[in-house]
Design a protein. Sequence first.
Length: 385
Amino acid sequence: MAALVVVLCAGAWLGGHPGKLPEFLRDRFVDDSAGLNLEASELIEDNYFRPVGSAELTNASLQGMVRELRRRHRDRFSDYFSPEALAHFNEAISGRFSGVGLSVSEVKQGLRVDRVFPHSPAQEAGIEPGEVIVSVDGRSIAGESSAVSTEKIKGPEGTEVTIGVRASGGKVRELEVTRAQIALPVVTSKVKEVDGRKLGYVRLISFSEGAHALLRKAVEKVEDEGADGIVLDLRANGGGLLDEAVLTASIFLPDDEVVVTTDSRTQGHVVYETVGDNLPAVPIVVLIDRNTASAAEILTAALADNAGAKVVGTRSYGKGVFQQEIGLSNGGALKLTIGEYFTPDGVNLAKSHGVHPDVKARDDLRTSGRDEALESALGVLASER
């Protein structure tokens, strides 16, 4: 029995250190690629001129794999989340996170500010929509993915982060901002009077958990106040959960209408339809821009294809693929692109380069106090009878 225990312990130790095994045994324990990765990790840990932890090497290896997928297949969306990054990502999906209170989009120079949340640290620091964040804690973020850059800005409540911000043609301002707990204002609404008609304005900024219920309440509220049409503002809405896209479409469309179809090597062909209990139909205009993406594009296309909703703004992002989060044993996760999706009319939005508006309109950020794109959308809605 003692000999057996020794053999099992040795096997466990050698199995975890394949570089120490003789070649004829190493092939029995691990395949060449796995063994090579482990062997390289051991050599780095043992010989690198500074201490390196195994977790650091594991994270780097996983990030390298995902980077190769992104490069080889022109996939901008697959990602690896370390355990810490995954926690922040799940916070954002839930609608609450610790950060500075910005909605941003990726540009070559860094992150363009699309929206500053009211009463947030970013607003208190004087950051304005249209400005570009070019550095975090003194280091440039040019060329980084938005996922990587935003993770650098987020952090524990009460901690500080230094953000380099530049207005168009201006110098970089270094702003020291204290992070706080941010509750996303997922839906905002109001009633506006245009040409003697009361029109509802409802803005949805993400498809986080429960967004459909908040959107339904907002639509009911403006209709109770006399609105006989809705402008649904999806500008700078980067999407979120697919289920929420289906549920939000179900607010406006009858039962069993196709919202989106997906094709996947692992999941096959799936058709997602509305689930019923829709509100009475009213004229709808959807307002979009270049940063309307993913679930927001799905909702826009579903309303346009099934209800004839007019679309106003600029073309949308054009995201025609979807991802799945797959947990890993280290507490992190892979977010992998696993399939393509199609509008009710069968269009893949990556190939069509997004949803194209019926009426082109763009907000001029230089005209403080005005929103030209919204004015255009309200004008289009006012003309609907």
